[in-house]
Design a protein around this ligand. Structure first.
Ligand code: AMP
Ligand code: MG
Length: 401
């Protein structure tokens, strides 16, 4: 049925084997490192917390002094966060605040809610457990422990964690330079009048946005006319300036499809027909030092093939280790009774009942489906879906990462 067609897995394997992490590493201030890809594992040079400290506002006590309710202790010191107290004498309590170091000798904190102040004394109404509300030194992070692995895209909490052990700058991979251009004599930019027969270059917006989502530095070469010479010129320029070149349109083998001969003239190319819908034609090659991926022109096809192929390629080039998207096992609240012999990526939306609804039109030219949807169902070839069945759901929130 799919003779001569490559499976998505086969294409991904070849594609990813050709992706190399960007070699240049930059030091960026930790405050600016969110979304960048960490190039080296980070190890803590300190214990966290660095000292035993209180998890509550209250009183530090020796449990031996408060074995029965209503023990009355003299308040011998006050320890604010940021200060250090002195050894706690037997029979006394220390007023203490959250984060403040535990004075030597104390072995429990009593929450202030369970204490009554009586002049310069405190009455401890509740008998505390040993260790209550004490955060021990190194209980979170021990000196020498790895706190962040290489090859992760740093999230806000990761930069916070680095800062919590005093790391002020982080080594990250240089951003991938991604070149984009759009083939087609029919293309017109928004803002220009639209003559009969022409269409707006919507892929420029979708693909620019996707490239930004994946942290690329985008070089946008705009619309390239359907001519071999024009395509070769822009390819050569993009290859000199970029790590990866992504194009839309012109990869079929029609009379106006010049991407294939242009890449072959300037570099080398594999042309694939992929057993997926939307999608089918995909070009993968090399021009100079740059990788080349040619996507189909249909707006939904270029969007989906970007997510399925360009996304993992770019993420791996960016230095990310885990590039496979996580899928969710979800319930289909729709029937899909005439499946294609190719693997399908259906535009769906999660409904308030916790199931998935299907967009009525799955035509690869209908961009509305992608804007309505919040993810894709990855449907195996020839697989009919019956209402209530579990399906493999790829939410955009997982893919956009
Ligand atoms: P192609 O792959 O060049 O044969 O194009 C397939 C279809 O996608 C045609 O209907 C094109 O008009 C359309 N198309 C190509 N490029 C774009 C683009 N940049 N924006 C919107 N539609 C496009
Ligand atoms: Mg075209």
């Amino acid at each position: 049925m799919n003779k001569g067609l490559l499976s998505v897995e086969e294409a991904l394997e070849v594609l990813l084997a050709g992706a190399r992490p960007v070699a240049q590493i930059e030091e960026v201030p930790t405050l600016e490192a969110t979304d960048r890809v960490l190039a080296r594992p980070q190890v803590s040079t300190m214990d966290v917390p660095p000292l035993d400290n209180s998890a509550m506002d209250g009183y530090a006590v020796r449990t031996a002094d408060v074995m029965v309710p209503d023990a009355r202790l003299k308040v011998s010191q006050r320890i604010m966060a940021g200060a250090v107290g002195h050894a706690l004498e037997a029979g006394t309590a220390a007023r203490i605040f959250t984060g403040a170091p535990i004075p030597p000798g104390a072995d429990a904190i009593v929450m202030q809610e369970f204490c009554a102040v009586d002049g310069d004394h405190v009455v401890v109404k509740k008998v505390p457990q040993k260790e209550a509300w004490i955060r021990r030194r190194a209980s979170d992070i021990a000196k020498g422990a790895q706190i962040l692995a290489a090859g992760i895209r740093l999230r806000p909490q990761d930069t916070g964690l680095a800062a919590s052990v005093g790391i002020k700058a982080l080594p990250v991979h240089r951003r991938v330079r991604l070149g984009l251009f759009f083939t087609g004599d029919e293309l017109v930019m928004p803002g220009e009048p639209l003559p009969p027969g022409r269409i707006y270059n919507s892929n420029r917006f979708t693909l620019n946005g996707l490239a930004q989502v994946f942290g690329c530095e985008v070089r946008d070469y705009g619309i390239v006319p359907d001519s071999l010479e024009a395509t070769r010129v822009v390819l050569k320029r993009a290859a000199a300036e970029c790590d990866v070149i992504v194009t839309s349109g012109g990869v079929s083998v029609g009379e106006a499809d010049f991407v294939k001969p242009a890449v072959e003239a300037e570099g080398s190319l594999l042309m694939w027909k992929i057993a997926m819908k939307p999608g089918r034609p995909l070009a993968f090659g090399k021009v100079g030092g740059a990788a080349f991926i040619g996507l189909p022109g249909n707006p939904v096809s270029s969007f989906v093939t970007f997510l399925i192929f360009v996304r993992p390629f770019v993420l791996k080039t960016q230095g990310i280790v885990q590039v496979a998207p996580r899928a969710i096992d979800a319930r289909a609240d729709f029937d899909w009774l005439e499946p294609d012999s190719r693997r399908e990526y259906l535009r769906v939306k999660w409904n308030p009942q916790g199931g998935l609804d299907l967009y009525a039109t799955q035509d690869s030219a209908v961009l509305t489906s992608t804007a309505w949807a919040d993810g894709l169902v990855d449907n195996p070839p020839n697989h009919a879906i019956h209402k209530g069945e579990r399906v493999r759901y790829l939410p955009f929130s997982e893919l956009y990462w």
